[in-house]
Design a protein around this ligand. Structure first.
Ligand code: F6P
Length: 526
């Protein structure tokens, strides 16, 4: 019923210009913007009017988003396909209300595990934990993939102005080229290796870790353990790898991989930026949690961001969404969101096993501005496929001597959302040749913050986490499992023996697969 009404609104909006909404409602900007703890979110340049927004809010309340939200924060097993709680929020607020798992309060344990990994990070930075030759570690390799890579990699890059520890490197791909290129430039005598894997079974991570362990051992011999540590919730498996007990950092199974940057998985980032900054990062996430739980729907940033997302994808049918930070250090943010959003909500089966019958979320993509302007923005402005854009930009940069750069950066960001909305119409340029005419009327949102600090980054990540949560609840899916990933993983294991050994013929492969395997062997011989 509400979906039908919303679809009707979309039909009506298709003949309406976004600019007309400003003409008909002089308070539009105030109604369609939210300010919260130093973030300013403007969604006035979307084709949503007040009554449509109210309908969207009504949709969220009809799906009991508020109740589900409280179930999540209270530690109930909302990840019902894996019988798990969803408590990454506890990692940023272990001193908050007591959370019971299996009847036992877990807050203290969470705090202790956090203290352990943050103290270890400090010890590496300060030189209390040294390389076996008695010098400080100069380099750290984080070996992990998915959530065990993208989070720390994104945070470490985003917070470069706060990094003053060893250089941090990330190794994720099963492509030996990455392993080779990385280790070639490093000295095992001063390199610390972190094996980051929640399960400690992931093929890419374990294959890379084994190789890098040998690379270390070639120089360090039996002292290899002095240069290794592990982050996992499979403690026993880490021990089997001869990782010293005091170098194993655990976290709860109720922290999903793509939500794990707040936990010990953040160790590499903590080594880069230090304990105090990592705690500021936690504070930012906590601030967003508090806002999410207390702000009314129309002023609730994650709620509104989610509803704008639902409007664009499930209602209006825009199948992709571009995330464009005008912040070069946020280079990996779109990649991070790809996993967060697409692994969480790229699903068609609902809580009750029925199909959602709607698009199952957009393709998330993007990159930094202004770089993108010289690559894919032509398509954003001129193609007949509408891509809603989400711009992010800081009012200030960290480089005080490069103010002109930053002024141009901000000007470029703001220019794009104006151009997307107005096209060439505003200039009275209707006589332009068709190839220079832009209809505009393309929706975008802009999120402005003062400057990219650990606190702001924490807010941004928590904002997007909660946005994913709200969208998942509205669609009626479990955002916290990832069974789709397992399918391909299992098949790769089945194919591997035939690639590894040309005389091995497995049955049950498609003709195409059989030929691709044969050709691989043929090419290897020529
Ligand atoms: O891609 C599937 C996945 O399970 C992700 O959810 C996870 O972040 C990644 O693999 C890595 O898993 P692990 O930390 O267990 O190695």
């Amino acid at each position: 019923m509400i979906w039908t009404a919303l679809k009707q609104r979309c039909k009506e909006a298709s003949n309406r210009r976004i600019t007309s909404l400003f003409d008909s409602d002089i308070d539009r900007l105030a109604s369609f913007s939210i300010e919260c703890d130093g973030l300013y979110f403007d969604y006035s340049k979307t084709n949503i009017d007040l009554s449509t927004r109210n309908l969207l809010i009504h949709l969220a309340s009809s799906k009991n988003v508020g109740q589900y939200r409280e179930c999540m924060f209270a530690g109930e097993q909302i990840n019902f396909t894996e019988n798990r709680s969803v408590l990454h929020t506890l990692e940023r607020n272990p001193k908050g209300p007591e959370i019971l798992i299996g009847g036992n309060a877990i807050n203290k344990e969470v705090q202790q595990t956090q203290n352990r990994f943050l103290s270890f990070a400090e010890a590496i930075r300060e030189g209390q934990v040294l390389a076996r030759n008695g010098t400080k570690f100069t380099d750290v390799i984080n070996i992990g993939i998915g959530g065990s890579d993208l989070g720390p990699k994104m945070v470490t890059k985003a917070l470069v102005p706060y990094t003053d520890g060893p250089s941090i490197h990330f190794l994720s791909n099963i492509d030996g080229a990455q392993t080779f290129d990385l280790t070639r430039g490093l000295d095992p005598e001063t390199t610390l290796v972190i094996v980051a894997s929640k399960t400690f079974t992931t093929l890419e991570t374990m294959t890379n870790a084994l190789h890098v362990k040998h690379w270390l051992a070639d120089s360090l011999g039996a002292e290899v353990g002095k240069h290794m540590c592990a982050i996992s919730n499979a403690r026993e498996k880490c021990l089997e790898w001869d990782i010293p007990e005091e170098r194993i950092f655990t976290f709860g199974e109720w922290v999903g991989g793509r939500y794990s940057i707040w936990s010990a998985i953040g160790l590499s980032a903590a080594i880069a930026i230090g304990k105090d900054n990592f705690e500021q990062f936690h504070e930012g996430g906590k601030s967003m949690d508090c806002h999410f739980r207390t702000a009314p729907a129309h002023a609730n940033l994650p709620m509104i961001l989610a509803l704008v997302g639902i409007w664009h994808n499930q209602i209006c049918g825009h199948s992709t969404r571009a995330v464009i930070p005008y912040e070069e250090r946020m280079e990996y943010f779109p990649d991070y969101l790809q996993q967060l959003e697409m692994e969480s909500n790229g699903k068609v089966v609902k809580f009750d096993q029925s199909e959602i019958g709607l698009p199952s979320g957009p393709v998330i993509w993007g990159g930094t501005g202004s770089n993108g302007q010289h690559a894919y923005f032509q398509h954003l402005h001129h193609s007949n496929i509408i891509t809603p854009c989400e711009f992010l930009v800081g009012a200030m940069g960290h480089e005080k001597d490069l103010q002109t750069h930053h002024d141009y950066l901000v000007a470029n960001c703001l220019a794009q959302s104006e151009a997307l909305m107005y096209g060439t119409l505003s200039k009275g340029n209707q006589n332009l040749p068709k190839y220079r005419y832009f209809n505009g009327n393309r929706p975008s949102t802009t999120l402005l913050y003062k400057i990219l600090t650990p606190h702001v980054l924490g807010q941004l990540i928590a904002l997007y986490e909660h946005r994913v949560f709200v969208e998942g609840v509205i669609l009626g899916i479990n955002s916290f499992d990832q069974w789709g990933v397992e399918l391909g993983k299992g098949l790769a294991q089945k194919i591997y023996p035939s690639i590894n050994d040309k005389n091995r013929q497995e049955s049950g492969f498609s003709k195409s697969l059989g030929e691709l395997i044969s050709k691989t062997h043929e090419f290897r011989q020529t």
